[in-house]
Design a protein around this ligand. Structure first.
Ligand code: G4P
Length: 293
């Protein structure tokens, strides 16, 4: 591959540290009221959709990681991530909160995670004491969808409790579990261009604030490296290792017939189409990050 064919374009991505400070405070304030911390990640980009500050904020609370959006992720890579986080001592559950697949495993996973605590409660005569779990995740990762699916029709808002910041809510689910919904929006840490791109490609942050063409071009390069077959199948050409991302986009635009004028193709439209089709899962189940082995 030539240098040109392997060149990612630079993008300008901003982030807002003020939001993080507020979230940290809210998490810290609410932590003492829960038995465990559950973190939702996008299974396609577990690394980029995970805020590393959680490790510090959650202290020594037992932890559960939910790999969500598994319907859009590469199943083998998701299994790899599950193993990876289990190796780090987390309980891990794979879910597709949209269809509800996997969410039934949530309550049993929490009970397994807190088995010692449950035994402790029982030995003190507190049989059937409700377990409380804080749900965290970056915006748009699927927290509301997940909570609604877990709670189902039996969902009941437990109402105000002392010490809980207004607007936050406890959700009682029938199996002796209370969920604390979003004590502070956890902003992603897009402290590198790569993380920012991953978040924009997967719609965690609005791609509108970024240059869509550049985002699409860089995404094409990632696809060429990780899933060239997906390009072949969807856009009907074999990606050339010497082309840059814009040239690959142009190639796809040609195949789609996105012509602006004679010989000039609409790359911006192609970038939008590519990102939209990935979002809808039309390119297949494609993960963008693999665990370190
Ligand atoms: P949040 O509370 O963490 O901010 O996220 P929320 O539940 O609102 O979910 C954001 C979007 O992601 C919703 O789509 C939701 O349907 C979708 N979603 C959540 N979990 C899954 C999943 O496991 N698989 C898939 N494919 N989608 C999931 P939306 O608002 O309708 O927008 P769109 O993203 O579907 O366009």
């Amino acid at each position: 591959m030539t240098e040109k064919g392997n060149m990612y374009e630079k993008m300008n991505i901003q982030w807002f540290p003020g939001h993080m400070t507020k979230a940290q405070r809210m998490i810290e304030e609410n932590l003492k009221m829960v038995d465990a911390v559950c973190e939702l990640l996008d299974a396609r980009i577990p690394r980029s959709s995970r805020n590393p500050d959680i490790d510090r904020l959650a202290g020594d609370k037992p932890r559960l990681i939910i790999l969500n959006r598994t319907d859009l992720a590469d199943p083998e890579i998701t299994a790899g991530w599950k193993k990876f986080y289990e190796g780090q001592g987390f309980a891990v559950l794979e879910t597709d909160a949209k269809s509800g697949r996997g969410v039934n495993g949530f309550a049993p996973a929490v009970r397994r995670l807190l088995a010692d605590k449950l035994r402790d409660y029982e030995s003190k005569g507190q049989v059937g004491r409700t377990l409380r779990v804080m749900i965290l995740g970056i915006p748009n990762v699927g927290k509301s969808t997940f909570i609604n699916k877990v709670a189902g029709r039996k969902a009941a808002i437990a109402g105000d409790r002392p010490g809980v910041t207004r607007g936050k809510q406890w959700i009682n689910i029938d199996s002796g579990l209370d969920l604390l919904d979003t004590p502070g929006i956890l902003w992603p840490r897009f402290d590198s261009q790569e993380v920012g791109e991953m978040l924009a490609i997967t719609n965690a942050i609005k791609a509108d604030v970024l240059d869509k063409e550049t985002l699409g071009a860089n995404f094409m390069l990632r696809l060429r490296d990780m899933y060239p077959k997906a390009i072949e199948e969807r856009y009907k050409f074999t990606p050339d290792p010497d082309m840059n991302g814009f040239e690959l986009l142009e190639q796809a635009a040609k195949k789609r017939g996105f012509l602006i004028s004679r010989g000039e193709y609409d790359i911006e439209r192609m970038a939008n189409t590519l990102l939209g089709e990935y979002h809808e899962g039309k390119l297949g189940r494609l993960s963008l990050e693999v665990p370190n082995v």
